[in-house]
Ligand binder design. Sequence first.
Ligand code: NAI
Length: 334
Amino acid sequence: MHKVTLIPGDGIGPEITKAVVKVVEAAGARIEWETVEAGACVMEEYGTPLPENVLDSIKRNKICLKGPITTPIGSGFRSVNVALRKELNLYANLRPAKTFKGIDTRYEDIDITVVRENTEDLYAGVEHMVGRHAAESIKIITSEASTKIAKFAFEYAKKEGKKKVTAVHKANIMKLSDGLFLECARQVAKDYSGIKFDEIIVDNACMQLVKYPKQFDILLCPNLYGDIISDLCAGLVGGLGVVPGANIGDDIAIFEAVHGSAPDIAGKNLANPTAIILSAAGMLKYLGEVEKGRKIIEAVEETFRKGRCVTTDLGGKATTEEFTESLCEKLVRL
Ligand code: NAI
């Protein structure tokens, strides 16, 4: 039995976490969920969107499955998602984008993993007003974090049998910050002679991804470019509803979908829970429950291949609950 912290989140979070709990159970995984709340819903009670009991639970269990949490735009509290990653030093954000047969996409057989540095860059949250009419956000890049994420990308490539790591940067303009990130990647690459290394400027990377995505395998990115590029990659494989993610540190990991709280469809039973379900499959693999994780992926693949019961974001008519039920039925048979 594994004890896992569960954060339902807000927006579509409660609907998709309810779905994932059912799916994990149908796969036969023995998980004891410890549910804790974070975000706007706890602000009044605790005076913070990230109360101590949430951090304590994750530190104790060392593993968490998390629904999306809304971040107010412009003013209000800082992102709980970013705070969790920084506070727990979850330095690697892993976002694999892979096509499924049966989902209508521009290209077939895409398999790109974005490895995103998760703790610094413009997301360090160091920003201030300079007088009333100017604002400064500071981009922080250190050789320690850059080397660590580059090593993570190459180790992941080795473990998963990937062939190539491409560092994404803008070192032609940000010569010091992106230059340092790139130099660290180059140094780390020297220790992995079996894996090809190359580099690409971020704007060209976007164009190449849209026109010739199959040239890419692992994209190693600083925080901001990784965030944007992983949504682009999600678009290549059917949208945000199908791309899982993980935030990984030395001994703690939080698994969550790439997408946000989707306020436009929240509470309508329309959300596609696939992304968080695939995130849970990754979590089971991380916990050593490889077979259970594989079963979930197989059931998802079968559902998309048959194409009859998919949610509206993928052109189907199924509700979140109908899709989940159909997946659970398959899992019980597998
Ligand atoms: P979003 O990812 O929530 O939504 C973008 C578009 O994709 C919307 O049209 C939405 O309906 C659709 N979409 C997203 N997930 C879907 C799903 N599972 N099924 C079907 N359609 C789906 O991005 P947005 O609107 O920029 O952000 C909303 C809020 O979420 C913001 O407050 C943002 O800060 C937060 N956010 C939280 C994240 C997290 O908790 N890790 C990650 C990204 C955003």
